[in-house]
Write a protein that binds this ligand. Structure first.
Ligand SMILES: [Ca+2]
Length: 150
């Protein structure tokens, strides 16, 4: 315990100190991920598309782009899930996800008609073999006149 505390103090300026069940500013969920060894660091997930607050028609193809990294883990060993978290109860989006590329990129698209009319927040959730999870979210709308995140 004392050793972990000392390591936390050492790592705080660099990485922050992982604690159980919390979400940091990067939306990195570190539940079940309390050991601060490199092997158990949570995946880093960054989505760059769709653009925030973009409005799509049901006939559009919604691009999802980003990067997924997890130090020391083969990308093929990462579990990817796509959720719609606009409601209190997240819903899985029924779409086949590609593997993370060898360049850490993730790229696919979702038919706009997959989503109901209104606001949506898609969340890419990545789970590593240690059970550590990282997430990132993007907010957009389908078939609306405006799209304001409030
Ligand atoms: Ca990891």
């Amino acid at each position: 315990m004392a050793l972990r505390f000392a390591l936390c103090l050492l790592l705080v300026p660099l990485l922050g100190c992982p604690t159980g069940g919390t979400t940091d500013d990067d939306d990195t969920v570190s539940s079940d991920c309390t050991d601060i060894t490199a092997a158990q660091n949570p995946p880093e997930v960054t989505l760059t598309a769709p653009p925030q607050s973009q409005i799509y028609a049901a006939s559009d193809s919604i691009p999802v782009l980003g990067t997924v990294t997890d130090e020391g883990t083969d990308p093929a060993d990462l579990g990817l899930e796509l959720l719609d978290v606009i409601n209190v109860t997240p819903e899985a989006i029924d779409i086949a996800l590609p593997d993370v590329g060898t360049d850490d990129s993730i790229s696919f698209s979702i038919p706009g008609g997959t989503f109901s009319m209104g606001q949506h927040v898609i969340r890419l959730r990545v789970t590593d073999p240690d059970g550590c999870q990282g997430v990132d979210d993007r907010f957009f709308c389908v078939d609306t006149a405006d799209c304001v995140d409030n």
